[in-house]
Design a protein around this ligand. Structure first.
Ligand code: ADP
Length: 240
């Protein structure tokens, strides 16, 4: 199956501090891949490299088969991103937030309006399209941000700890929606430090201190035990 994301031998340092050290993994089309690591593992640094906020010191990134260093615009056009920090304009309506984003991607007119409504539909928030973002709950705002990341129809969706600060019901709703997107063919890379967001059929990359400790389907990593037990064993972060 085609890989929608391929990362090979990626390295990044902040001064003398190594944040990513020889990171290699790939995510196949239509897979939900959890990038699982404790705080400080390097998840945000990896996302900064994938979105070209930072340039890697070594290694290579391909998005939908396009080399990010050689053809950044074409590669980034295939990427949707939900950052950890909320970025909606709270004074605008939900629809206006998405239309504005669509315009940044060169979309306008009827095609843009249709895509915005379709994306809001996918995340179950179309009925809130005319409301100001400020009037939505935290969980609904997150779903709107995910919808916004889909407006330009990316092949790969990155989410950086998207459930931080949300209640259990909202977290569940968001993980369900994003798993549905993957089941529909979208490729997803979901950064988290929470094992309970991961399902047995998901792919998992365990990142720890800038290195990949395991990359396989969750059930395979868990083996006869649990994913949490294996994660703690691999990272030495405690005992299960
Ligand atoms: P995560 O997102 O998994 O919590 P980060 O990518 O934020 O991990 O951090 C990876 C490593 O890089 C950590 O050791 C962290 O302290 C270090 N780091 C992150 N950002 C900076 C920075 N701006 N300056 C120096 N070190 C940093």
């Amino acid at each position: 199956m085609t890989n929608r994301l391929s990362i090979s031998d990626l390295g990044y340092r902040y001064g003398d501090r190594v944040a990513l050290d020889g990171v290699s993994f790939s995510v196949a089309e239509g897979r939900f891949c959890a990038l699982l690591g404790p705080n400080g593992a390097g998840k945000s640094t990896l996302f900064a490299l994938l979105t070209r906020l930072f340039v890697p010191h070594s290694g290579r990134i391909e998005i939908a088969g396009i080399d990010l260093a050689r053809a950044p615009r074409a590669a980034l056009a295939r990427l949707g991103v939900v950052f950890q920090q909320p970025t909606l304009d709270l004074d605008l309506t939900v629809r206006r937030n998405l239309l504005y984003f669509a315009a940044l991607h060169g979309l306008s007119g009827r095609a843009s309006a249709l895509r915005v409504d379709a994306a809001l539909d996918l995340l179950g928030v179309r009925d809130r399209a005319g409301d100001r973002a400020r009037d939505l709950s935290g969980g609904q705002r997150r779903r709107v941000e995910i919808a916004r990341a889909l407006v330009h129809e990316p092949r790969l969706l990155l989410l950086d700890e998207p459930t931080v600060g949300l209640d259990a019901a909202s977290r569940r709703s968001i993980t369900d929606h994003v798993h549905d997107l993957a089941a529909g063919g979208l490729t997803v890379l979901w950064a988290t430090h929470l094992v309970d967001e991961i399902r047995p059929g998901d792919d998992v990359v365990i990142l720890h201190r800038g290195r990949v400790l395991a990359a396989a389907q969750a059930a395979a990593i868990a083996g006869a035990g649990t994913l949490l037990a294996r994660f703690l064993e691999l990272t030495g972060e405690g005992t299960a």
